[in-house]
Write a protein that binds this ligand. Structure first.
Ligand code: ATP
Ligand code: SF4
Ligand code: MG
Length: 342
């Protein structure tokens, strides 16, 4: 399969009065043409910062991409000028933001907002742009598009507005769509319709999608692969089946605890006891160590390397590292001795 995106060793920091927040700390992943990758993880783990970095929308200062590469169609976007980025953003890479209700301009008609990107980037005539806008409204399921084109955002319901936001994101036929919690604000029926819409659009346009969500039902429904993020790192990546049926990282196991099946609906990720580490001073070793039932001494000292469970399944946990097998034996013996028969 052809890769559309390669994120390599991405680091993003924010310099604040309280110190430097290490929000994204060495993230690696690939995205293939026409697939959907879901990024899941607790609030504050760096999902939005990662996607904003791909769009080069990290506010600088206080933020900065301090290391790494973001290869989109063979070119590293971290080296692009803002001028070049403006020709790509909304055209080749589109994003649906976490707060879609504020994404529309209340003073412009839906038609103008739909046609704006097309006219700016593709230099099409007004008539062509209008035809394309009507086609997109039809694709996202807006009834009476001709009439609706001249209306303003406040004349649309929440679900319909979200459809418009999706239509705007897709009208220039991007190769990559990043959707940050695109359905959170919507009720369940509309959520389901929007997800079906994603599916349909992907089949029709072969767009690659990065989907950020807290909703495991959404993941189960639309993801091909899942990446689990924790404290600024991707700690486990695999196909949907691998992660739902054979999770390896204790954090993934905890997070997906409530999902032994793929047909579930609207269930949120399981909360896990304890709090994530302070990203001002993240631990040297495994960031999950303080909350992990299986933590060993090495976990606190050294960050675990990638362990490959299959060609598609990667995890960072000492329990999966061949070099730590003897440590597990020692741990087991110590535990048995400690809890011995007295
Ligand atoms: N502008 C900023 N200034 C300082 N810190 C920031 C800024 N933006 C993000 N951060 C920090 O970066 C970290 C990652 O934030 P991010 O928004 O990516 O989390 P998230 O995984 O998207 O969470 P949620 O699920 O709540 O949306 C957090 O600790 C956050 O406080
Ligand atoms: S590396 Fe250690 S602390 Fe981290 S998840 Fe694995 S066993 Fe737990
Ligand atoms: Mg976010």
């Amino acid at each position: 399969m052809e890769k559309i995106l390669e994120v390599k060793n991405l680091h993003v920091t924010f310099t604040t009065y309280g110190g430097t927040v290490k929000a994204v700390r060495g993230v690696n992943f690939d995205l293939f043409k026409g697939e959907t990758l879901a990024i899941v993880g607790e609030s504050g783990c760096g999902k939005s910062v990662t996607s904003n970095a791909i769009m080069r929308l990290i506010p600088t200062p206080p933020g900065e991409i301090t290391q790494g590469e973001i290869i989109f169609n063979g070119e590293d976007v971290t080296s692009f000028s803002e001028k070049k980025m403006r020709t790509i953003r909304g055209v080749d890479i589109s994003m649906i933001f976490q707060d879609p209700m504020t994404a529309l301009n209340p003073t412009l008609t839906i038609g103008n907002q739909l046609m704006e990107g097309l006219r700016q980037h593709h230099k099409v005539t007004k008539e062509t742009a209008r035809r394309k806008a009507l086609e997109m409204m039809d694709l996202v399921g807006i009834p009476n598009p001709k009439e609706r084109l001249n209306q303003y955002p406040h004349q649309f319901s929440g679900g319909m507005r979200q459809r418009i936001v999706i239509a705007i994101a897709l009208i220039c036929e991007p190769e990559l769509l990043i959707a940050d919690e695109p359905t959170t604000a919507l009720d369940v029926t509309i959520q389901a319709q929007i997800l079906e819409l994603f599916d349909k659009i992907q089949r029709e346009t072969n767009v690659s999608i990065i989907l950020i969500t807290h909703d495991l039902g959404v993941v189960a429904k639309v993801a091909d692969r899942i990446a689990v993020m924790y404290a600024g790192k991707l700690i486990e990546t695999g196909t949907k089946r691998e992660l739902f049926y054979n999770p390896q990282h204790p954090y993934t196991k905890g997070l997906l605890r409530s999902v032994p099946r793929l047909n579930m609906k609207g269930e949120a990720l399981s909360p896990i006891d304890g709090t994530p580490p302070d990203l001002f001073a993240p631990p040297k070793g495994c960031p999950f160590a303080a909350r992990c039932d299986f933590a060993m001494e090495v976990c606190e000292r050294v960050y675990p390397d990638d362990s490959l469970k299959s060609d598609t399944h990667r995890v960072n946990c000492w329990l999966q590292d061949k070099r730590a097998e003897h440590l597990l034996v020692i741990n087991y013996r110590n535990e048995n001795r400690g809890g011995g028969k007295q």
